[in-house]
Ligand binder design. Sequence first.
Ligand SMILES: [Zn+2]
Length: 360
Amino acid sequence: MSKRFLIILIICVAASGTVFLARKFVRPISAPPLPQREFVDQLLGDDSVKVKPPDQVQIILVGDIMLSRNVAAAIKKAGNPDLPFLQLSDFLNSSDFNFGNLESPFSGRNNITPSGSMVFNAPTDNVKGLVDNNFKILSLANNHALDQGITGIIFTRKHLAESGIISVGAGNNQDEAWQSELVEVRGIKIGFLAASYASANDSGKIKNAYVARTDDFENLKLKIENLKSRSDFIIVSMHAGTEYTRQPNAAQTDFAHAAIDAGANVVVGHHPHWVQGYEKYGNGIIFYSLGNFIFDQEWSQKTKEGLAVKIKISDSKLQSAELFPIIIENYCCARLMTEKEKTGFMNTYNLATSTIWLLP
Ligand SMILES: [Zn+2]
């Protein structure tokens, strides 16, 4: 018995010694071979073999994004600022970048706005959901721009900029509010402007210098003219219309037509909280209202519905616009509609096709 134990012990010691020696004297693994592309590049010493980037830019446009009130409460409960976008993250990251209207300013304060309040404030960390979901540029021109005062506009611009997101439509003065911005993708420059019918939740009564206004046709034309010389494609954001209506009003059509007449390629509208139709006009297209995208208006079907539009730009021209109806659930979170829901939505809005072709 003890002899057998001794033999086993000797075998164990010998085996562990072999492993130790093998580890100690084994040669370090040589560096992995260069990937084929880098290898070829090094040989040729130039960029000639690099794959040419596709000459197409894809942008997803969405409507109103509100990261305050019940949305903020849901985010806080989950401990995750990505929560409202979670079910759409693959879709939102399938484009080169995304644009939307940020209806809730940041102020640096993290209090959760009560459910019935109309004065929005987004907790500071909620910006992460926008960053993680490919939002590179946002409009601040809307009737909640001044919910946290002018200091809120200044803080929001700074906070977004520090998070890598450009903002348009609001600022410390009219020059900043009307300042156009460019997003460049593979050398293609997309220009943005944004304007609103109001800067406070007062139906547009108070006039001030902090928000670009949709009745300022002079600045609209001037800024588009300026953008034409330094961009390849122009998108104008329009926060206007009558809430909870299906049809655009005269102020919307006047502004949108003026923008396209001046040289804009796309006008993207929001504010009515309902989806409104689109119009092919001149050389451009107008989406009068994309409705809600992230919001907590759970009290009716139409306020829970929204539209995301994926536009494809080729050779500085709008090639197509694909419609992706969404639905908002649990007072916070958007998802793509199912095929059945989508069919009902398309019928309601008399939309014959989900892909609008702009080029032959
Ligand atoms: Zn609004």
